[in-house]
Ligand binder design. Structure first.
Ligand SMILES: Nc1ncnc2c1ncn2[C@@H]1O[C@H](COP(=O)(O)OP(=O)(O)OP(=O)(O)O)[C@@H](O)[C@H]1O
Length: 257
């Protein structure tokens, strides 16, 4: 799918990270991260295994505390707000984890109802059903409503996981390795879905991956994490036109189409 870039509002920063540092003991993982994500923008964070991509999105979601620096999400400083405010903020952030993390003992319908029942207790049965049907329709899997996760393919489970986050109408989507473990065709479908979600719900997204096909298909902008900092930012073409040998070798080892 061609990306159009028309949806980005550069006057609104939904995520703004300044001079972020995070270490675990002597393991200095993030060493001066700066990143702005604009309304409607898909930003891909690329990096090799263990470079701190997951740590970064956990900090954005308030699941880990930074050692220093500021992390503003939807105009709130995640390190400074109260626990209650953080809980409210998290409701506006949708996570798509590496594993789709569906509950195997629940049908697709029950999996999707679960976050709604936990967070919006006064919904009627009709409203719940409507929300579930809308979310399933958005990911193209209306027919699976009464199925069990075990009956679905890996790609379908991934889509249901995305539907379960969409049901909360998030402003921000965080995708952690959305195409990991999927075949190339299914990966392409997930890439298309990420773009469709962006266009339909006007979300802003951070997509962390080392799949360059995914990065090229979904990223309005790429940021390459190397040695705890963003070594390069720009469009796919800008990043990989660079003379930096580290980027060249990343490209050579990872690009497959
Ligand atoms: N809670 C934690 N406690 C201690 N060390 C941690 C913790 N979380 C992450 N780390 C360390 O931080 C580093 C970065 O981990 P992270 O999971 O962010 O990597 P990644 O870039 O997401 O890798 P991958 O692509 O393999 O998922 C690793 O060295 C990891 O061991």
């Amino acid at each position: 799918m061609e990306k159009k870039n028309k949806h980005i509002d550069r006057t609104k920063k939904v995520i703004s990270i300044h001079d972020l540092y995070k270490s675990f003991g002597t393991n200095h993982v993030l060493r001066g991260i700066n990143l702005d994500v604009y309304q409607g923008e898909n930003v891909v964070v690329l990096g090799r295994s263990g470079t701190g991509k997951s740590v970064l999105i956990k900090i954005i979601a308030g699941l880990l505390k930074p050692d220093s620096g500021t992390v503003n999400v939807l105009e709130q400083d995640v390190a400074k707000i109260s626990y209650q405010e953080l809980e409210q903020l998290r409701l506006r952030i949708g996570f798509s984890f590496q594993s789709s993390a569906l509950y195997d003992s629940m049908t697709v319908r029950e999996n999707l109802e679960f976050p709604l029942l936990r967070n919006s207790k006064d919904l009627s049965r009709e409203q719940l059903t409507q929300a579930v049907e809308n979310a399933l329709e958005a990911v193209g899997l209306s027919q699976t409503i009464n199925q069990w996760p075990a009956e679905l393919s890996g790609g379908q489970r991934k889509r249901i996981g995305i539907a379960r986050t969409l049901i909360m109408q998030p402003a921000i989507m965080l995708y952690d390795e959305p195409t990991a473990g999927l075949d190339p065709i299914t990966s392409m479908e997930i890439n298309d879905l990420i773009n469709e979600v962006q266009e339909r719900f006007n979300t802003s997204s951070i997509i962390i991956t080392h799949d360059l096909t995914c990065a090229k298909a979904t990223g309005d902008r790429l940021a390459v994490l190397l040695d705890g900092r963003f070594a390069k930012e720009g469009t796919f073409e800008e990043v990989f036109a660079s003379d930096d040998e580290r980027l060249k070798s990343f490209y050579d080892y990872n690009f497959i189409t």
